[in-house]
Design a protein around this ligand. Sequence first.
Ligand code: IPM
Ligand code: MG
Length: 366
Amino acid sequence: MESIKFAVLPGDGIGPEVMTAALQVLQEAMASTGIQLDYQEADVGGIAIDTHGSALPKATLDLCGESDAILFGSVGGPKWENLPPKEQPERAALLPLRKHFSLFANLRPGLLFKELTPASPLKEERIPDGIDILCIRELTGGIYFGQPKETTTLPDGDIQALDTMVYRKSEIERITEVAIQAARSRGKRLCSVDKANVLETSVLWRQVVTDYITKNAPEIELSHLYVDNAAMQLVCDPNQFDVLFTENMFGDILSDEMAVICGSLGMLASASLGKSHNKHNKPFGLYEPAGGTAPDIAGKGIANPCAQVLSAALMLRFSFGLDAVAAQIEAAVKKTVTGGTRTGDIAFGSTAVGTEEMIAAIIKNL
Ligand code: IPM
Ligand code: MG
């Protein structure tokens, strides 16, 4: 491998500053491998609406299509909040990107280092050793994309809105396969989350998951929870879970809950993997921090770059198979924050550093 080719979409808010930071770390970490970084930047989200009149311009989509992975920042902000919902950056950029590249598997590692437990809203006695779980969310099906999806005025003058929750067996099987692979690389325990006491899609989900795992991965310890119970269990005892996996909307909700108990959104990375393979014979993927644009602190140089850096590490691992470099970056981030160099979101009382100092420390610890 001589180079790795990826698209860089910094987006809005803190996106550009944490992206610059993450690229510096990538550059340093890759220097010793002799593999070049071959990337180009493109606009996405609010900035793309302002400069090109579309949250996901064709040029951006083309660039992504020519690349082997996408490193994504974040999109949206107060400036675009008054646009019609369908035109807002989140819905007009992120969802079409997911659908266009069939990014059906969203992996969100919920990691809280022991040293950072005071940053979690949970009592320390519930998480004496921190948190280490993985949430896998189906990302291109369910109620987000099901048709019909519309608002109509009824003959009696009342207004009705409709979303459709729909899943196919094949969609459930392919996300189950990803969950199995992830569980095999961790504690071999999978908890599938659904609402099979109410929803047809969940009845199918539970059936397909059970059959698939019984047949293909009998060594995996499988359990099932209803989503309301799962939400409760997650705050009571997060470490009872190894890998949690669920459909699109439940995963959206549970992964935010997981993010907050892990202390700071500024620490959480994510990978959205597609069904097509790139020229390295690895899944094409989109890698983004979980935290969003944080408009309140954008441009101040104080944003936590860790989630973006860790997302870049996930890209190296999943889309380029560069596991050792990915692990090196992850270890450097861990060493930096557990050693006490922290941005404001995870400083809890101690002196906070800015984005640049944080990056300098991570690079030093590589
Ligand atoms: C996420 C976000 C998105 C989602 C929004 C921005 C459309 O909340 O990635 O979790 O709902 O999937
Ligand atoms: Mg969400």
